[in-house]
Design a protein around this ligand. Structure first.
Ligand code: AKG
Length: 274
């Protein structure tokens, strides 16, 4: 019997590559996470989107803890089994009345994992809806291969390389609205995007990237954190977790991973030598 999802939700995910909305925490707790992000921005003096990426959760013990939230992990376990690694997390904060958007893309094209069993939990620190630019998915796209992305580096694209899938029929998109404290799940191969925030409020979500322990990196060794069960495979080294807010050792790992990604060392799977 599933732990959080219904049988119908598991079947929906398997067939369509996404499921929502699911409750992780109440709205007041979600608002405390929003405050955390905004306090971080006040401390560093810039938009947190510029730095809380790829391993953004390593900035704060509270963000690592959210990656262990039992309601999120129960739902993830229903899809990928009881032995779970968290290998990354990224902030996606869209300011009010702002042109920033996320183009159609597949996470799998850049995650460099095998086999393809990663599941992303997108957690709303505010509500997200059609007006403020919630996540949109292309149902059934998770069954296809990793497609080549055009790297546009477009100014308002929130993705580091402006990576874009071409030829998607946008009329088939399904919006995934969530309330503050709710989350959605999507498969790494599910094509997804989001439109600009046309509302008067900020839209903030944190995306957590989970894999079963048998999944390994296509190239080299990387770091992850065992968040549930046991790791009988040892494909990953352990993350340097923060002992306190903005712990320099954890921040160095965060910056290293983000730097490697955005400065071009991370290639899309289509461009990787066999
Ligand atoms: O929050 C968004 O608008 C996009 C999120 C995204 O691309 C992801 O969670 O993989």
């Amino acid at each position: 019997m599933p732990k959080h999802l219904t049988d119908a939700q598991v079947a929906h995910f398997r067939e369509h590559g996404y499921v929502f909305p699911l409750r992780a925490m109440d709205a007041a707790e979600a608002d405390r996470y929003r405050q955390l992000i905004e306090n971080y921005e006040a401390t560093i003096g810039e938009d947190a989107n510029r730095s809380l990426k790829i391993k953004g959760h390593l900035a704060y013990p509270a963000l690592v803890e959210l990656g262990r939230n039992p309601r999120i992990l129960d739902a993830v376990e229903d899809l990928i089994g009881p032995n779970i690694l968290l290998f990354g997390a990224s902030l996606f904060a869209k300011n009010a009345r702002n042109p920033s958007y996320v183009s159609w893309h597949q996470d799998s094209a850049y995650f460099g994992l095998t086999p393809h069993e990663e599941v992303t939990a997108w957690v709303g620190f505010t509500h997200a809806d059609a007006e403020n630019g919630c996540l949109r998915v292309l149902p059934g796209s998770h069954t296809g291969p990793d497609r080549r992305h055009v790297e546009t580096f477009a100014a308002d694209n929130m993705l580091a390389k402006g990576q874009t899938l071409t030829g998607i029929d946008d009329s088939l998109a399904v919006e995934m609205p969530v309330a503050a404290g709710e989350f959605s799940l999507h498969h790494e191969r599910t094509a997804h995007c989001s439109l600009p925030n046309r509302s008067h409020g900020r839209r903030i979500g944190f995306a957590y990237f989970f894999i079963p322990t048998h999944v390994k990196p296509l190239k080299g060794r990387h770091r992850a954190t065992l968040v549930r069960g046991v790791d009988a495979y040892g494909h990953w080294d352990a993350d340097v977790l923060p002992a306190y807010d903005l712990d320099p050792a954890a921040m160095a790992q965060l910056r290293g991973a983000w730097g490697q990604y955005k400065d071009g060392e991370t290639r899309q799977v289509a461009d990787m030598a066999p």
